[in-house]
Design a protein around this ligand. Sequence first.
Ligand code: CA
Length: 226
Amino acid sequence: MRILVIEDEPKIAQAVKRGLELKGFAVDVVYDADTGLAHASDPDYDAIVLDRMLPGSMDGVALCQKLRAGDISTPIIMLTARGTIGDRVEGLNSGADDYLVKPFSFDELTARVRALLRRPPVQVGTSLKLADLTLNTGSYEVHRGKEPIKLSHKEFTLLEYLMHHPGQVITKDMIISHVWDQDADILPNTIEVYIGYLRNKIDRPFPKSEALLQTVRGFGYKLSTG
Ligand code: CA
């Protein structure tokens, strides 16, 4: 696995490089945001360790946003000296997958890189995608192609859950336990109603596109292509 480290402090950059290499990763280091952007667009990197404060025309947050806007889905861990909740939220909302506050231990960095590499590559930054359907978990926007789709809060949560499990049969019980809280008194019929709402918004208005929300008789539902 090949890792790109974008970090301007040479001591930290070299220490991260050595630490990750000892764990068997191939590591390239660049020291400013602009070189980082050029390297990060290379699909051969399996993960990126990105410092938040960088010299160059943008900081780590802006760099991350640029990559995600360009559909670069490489997992990103953001490093920062600052660890306020606002900073962490800003980092994650910019499309970083994880966040590590300096000083950090190499064992933790390595463990987090490994965890990111285990994730299925369905999510590009804050967007989930299936065929031409996209759901943005940061902005709460849903699109089919370029067409925006307005969903209620519950419909959004239901679609987000289904999009995390593409091609998998999801039972009504699974939906009840993942989309509603434990105090909610939900009957299986209610799920059918919500699935109907969702189908009317993501599939029915787009007859030229493939229907994505499928009923698997006797089992539940499946969001998939083909
Ligand atoms: Ca820095």
